[in-house]
Design a protein around this ligand. Structure first.
Ligand code: 13P
Ligand code: SF4
Length: 368
């Protein structure tokens, strides 16, 4: 490691001071700085963030809502994004150049977004062009790097989120006969299936072997699913569903579409984090729910609805580890640097990448 890398690494290590502060001291500092900066500061918080962080969010939401809110907020000078790296990148792309987007802990990535890199995608596209010619349009889940969004934007495609995936796949099908869906095979499969595309019409692109996994006639392929997944949502299994059905026959099972096809098929309902929150909010007191999504959100829903019996679909589930990297000490550290006129952990997408990635995002945001 050279001297610059060492310095960079040091800059990302939480100073000892923040480890020693009590929760009360940290909370007081966060409140104080928020008050001081007023409208100059905007803190969006994803539903999967810890409560200790969410309490300071100016807005909470799923990835679609947070992208929309970042775009609409033209006033804030600093956007301290409490979520993961790809969400902060999206906010940077959608906001004005003078607005600074910061991520309290640079290690807050997303394992799914890391499953598709630009070089793999370029290689895949070249090979798929040989098989399918110009018949494909790429779509990417927002859980992807800015470089992948730029790739998709360049080829006429768009981004999707878990709350608008059906609408975006329907749109893509009016553009070209085939879709390449990155990087989450499960969201792609669940969405396409719901829209009437057969499992036998879906192939899987393996970015590790650079091969198409498909057993039928190649002309029949309508959707090519990138072989990526969420390491959190893949932990909900058919066995979990069977167990809940056995223990609580009356219980409704609701899951995020990042879960495997078999799990979604056996559940009662599937939808984005917002969809899950609203379904439970709108349900009758005394109703029974098993939720298949990230644990910080499930715990919050349980606490907010003491009149309902709510459990996690998988009793051994843990939170998303990368989302959890944003904690109160890192948030206060980030806020204090702003207070002192410095910006810490700025997320800045390179200009050309941002230009093409914005095309993909705009094609999605134009279709509310
Ligand atoms: P939402 O699109 O539902 O916010 O989900 C984002 C995410 O990271 C789920 O794992
Ligand atoms: Fe990424 Fe999964 Fe965590 Fe969402 S829950 S941020 S998809 S690793």
């Amino acid at each position: 490691m050279n001297i610059f890398q060492t310095a960079e690494q040091q800059a990302n290590i939480l100073p000892e001071k923040y480890r020693r502060m009590t929760v009360k001291e940290l909370e007081d500092r966060a409140k104080e700085i928020k008050e001081k900066l007023g409208n100059k500061l905007f803190i969006p918080g994803h539903h999967y963030q810890k409560d200790e962080v969410i309490q300071f969010a100016d807005a909470t939401g799923d990835s679609l809502k947070l992208a929309q809110l970042s775009k609409e907020n033209t006033e804030a000078e600093y956007i301290v994004f409490c979520g993961v790296h790809f969400m902060a990148e999206t906010a940077d792309i959608l906001t004005a150049p003078e607005q600074k987007v910061l991520l309290p802990d640079m290690r807050a990535g997303c394992s799914m977004a890391d499953m598709a890199n630009f070089h793999q995608t370029e290689r895949a596209w070249i090979k798929l062009l040989e098989l399918f010619g110009e018949s494909m349009i790429p779509l990417t889940y927002v859980n992807s790097t800015a470089a992948i969004k730029a790739f998709v934007g360049t080829y006429g495609g768009a981004t999707v989120t878990s709350s608008n995936a059906e609408k975006m796949v329907t749109w893509a099908m009016t553009q070209k006969p085939r879709i390449l869906f990155l990087p989450d095979q499960h969201l792609g499969r669940n969405t396409a299936y719901k829209l009437g595309i057969g499992l036998d019409e879906m192939a899987v692109w393996n970015p590790v072997t650079d091969q198409l996994e498909y057993e039928g006639l190649i002309e029949n392929v309508k959707v090519i699913l990138w072989k990526g997944h969420c390491s959190v949502h893949e932990n909900f299994t058919v066995e979990n569903v069977i167990e809940v059905r056995k223990q609580y026959p009356e219980m409704k099972i609701i899951v995020h579409p990042e879960c495997r096809r078999e799990v979604v098929a056996l559940s009662d309902m599937a939808g984005s984090t917002n969809y899950i929150i609203e379904a439970i909010e709108n349900s009758d007191p005394g109703s029974l729910w098993a939720i298949g999504t990230e644990m910080n959100l499930v715990k919050r829903i349980i606490n907010q609805h003491p009149d309902k019996h709510i459990i996690s679909l998988n009793p051994h589930m843990c939170p998303c580890l990368t989302m959890n990297r944003i904690d109160l000490p890192h948030l206060v550290w980030c806020l204090e640097t702003l207070e002192h006129g410095r910006s810490h952990n700025r997320i800045q997408v390179e200009e050309q990448t941002a230009y093409f990635a914005k095309m993909a995002l705009d094609r999605m945001l134009e279709r509310p």
